[in-house]
Design a binder for this molecule. Structure first.
Ligand code: CA
Length: 360
């Protein structure tokens, strides 16, 4: 009965407005939108840059060409670390990067990329999509006129490239290392000097001795930059970046001008790239590690347990100190911390037990 009534009313309604609606829909469909996407990555860089390209391509394909997105590598339109401001000001409609690059705007942003000893990739997505994280991220970027989307994940990273062995925490003292985000603050408290540089500057900086050590991502990306040619030791695990979310930021005004179906395409294309990039890293990292070990004879080292446990202690302080910054930081921290407690309890039973059981 209800359904019939609804259909009847819908029929009447569409009969009454069919003309103007169709014209509007046609006009909307015909109107092509041309967007620019600025990125923090070298153009076409494996995984990160190609992920941004895939996002642009998907949006174009899914919209049947109603939106085109032209992708710019770091430095092509603006330098890497101006992506956030450029999209915020509407000079480009989209950007691809990582939230911790913008900690100068608000340190709380770092929760939305990665936290030392925090979430892995699957947990990060669980928190963002089903644990309230995405709502907080949107709130954080709203006053900058930006809508954030998760658009890629590196999975667990490597601890980085060093020219001396790390045998105790004291070996980090005085070390000038490229390490972004909260991991950098942990290094600072351990006596080191963190610097942040865009990926494209790492090799030269390490080779020239401008920095003593660097982390970048993992074997797939580190091999691409040739970092093994500039450092002796390759350390794991990436305690500082256990599952870094890459972001797509969209200018809110530009987004709101899109019809609903195109908005949905932009959101869902990001979601596809978010999952796809994590799969790509998982698939490529091992093969690249084998090339690093077998062809380039890289010295692979695990950070000693006591160094890891010291870093964990410092990380806990760094993150809880950040929560004291303001009410919003506290709110994000509480959401993050409560989700971490829950997911850790479950993953101790599920993922950890399984990985231990499967161990080669
Ligand atoms: Ca990194």
């Amino acid at each position: 009965m209800e359904r019939r009534g609804f259909l009847k009313n819908a029929g009447l309604a569409s009969a009454a407005v069919a003309g103007p609606l169709l014209v509007t829909e046609k006009a909307q469909a015909a109107k092509k939108v041309h967007w620019k996407m600025v990125t923090t990555w070298p153009k076409n860089f494996p995984g990160l840059g190609t992920g941004a390209n895939n996002l642009a391509k998907l949006i174009e394909q899914m919209s049947n060409g109603r939106i085109t997105v032209k992708v710019y590598g770091a430095g092509e339109l603006v330098p890497a670390f101006e992506v956030f401001d450029t999209v915020s000001r509407g000079k480009a409609e989209m950007g691809h990067g990582a939230a911790y690059y913008w900690k100068g705007k608000d340190e709380t942003f770092q929760f939305f990329s990665t936290v030392p000893f925090g979430f892995n990739a699957a947990e990060m997505n669980a928190w963002l999509y089903h644990g309230g994280g995405m709502e907080l991220w949107r709130e954080a970027y709203d006053k900058f006129g930006l809508i954030p989307m998760a658009a890629g994940n590196t999975t667990v990273q490597m601890a980085g490239w060093f020219n001396k062995e790390i045998k105790s925490l004291a070996d980090l003292n005085g070390l000038k290392m490229r390490i972004p985000g909260l991991g950098g603050e942990v290094l600072q408290r351990a006596g080191g000097t963190p610097v942040n540089l865009p990926g494209g500057e790492l090799f030269t900086s390490l080779k020239s001795g401008a920095i003593d050590a660097t982390e970048w991502v993992g074997p797939y990306n580190d091999l691409a930059f040739g970092l093994y040619k500039a450092a002796k030791y390759y350390y794991y695990p990436g305690w500082h970046e256990p599952g870094t979310t890459l972001e797509c930021v969209v200018n809110k005004e530009a987004f709101n001008k899109l019809p609903k179906d195109l908005q949905s395409i932009v959101l869902h294309a990001s979601r596809i790239v978010n999952q796809d990039m994590a799969a790509e890293y998982t698939a490529r990292n091992n093969a690249s590690l084998q090339v690093l070990l077998n062809k380039h004879k890289v010295n692979l080292r695990r950070l000693p347990d006591d160094v890891i446990s010291e870093l964990k202690k410092i990380s806990k302080d760094v993150v809880s100190d950040l929560a004291k910054k303001d009410a919003f930081a506290k709110k994000v921290y509480q959401s993050f911390e409560s989700f971490r407690n829950d997911v850790t309890a479950w993953h101790d039973i599920a993922e950890r037990s399984y990985l231990n059981a499967r161990q080669s």
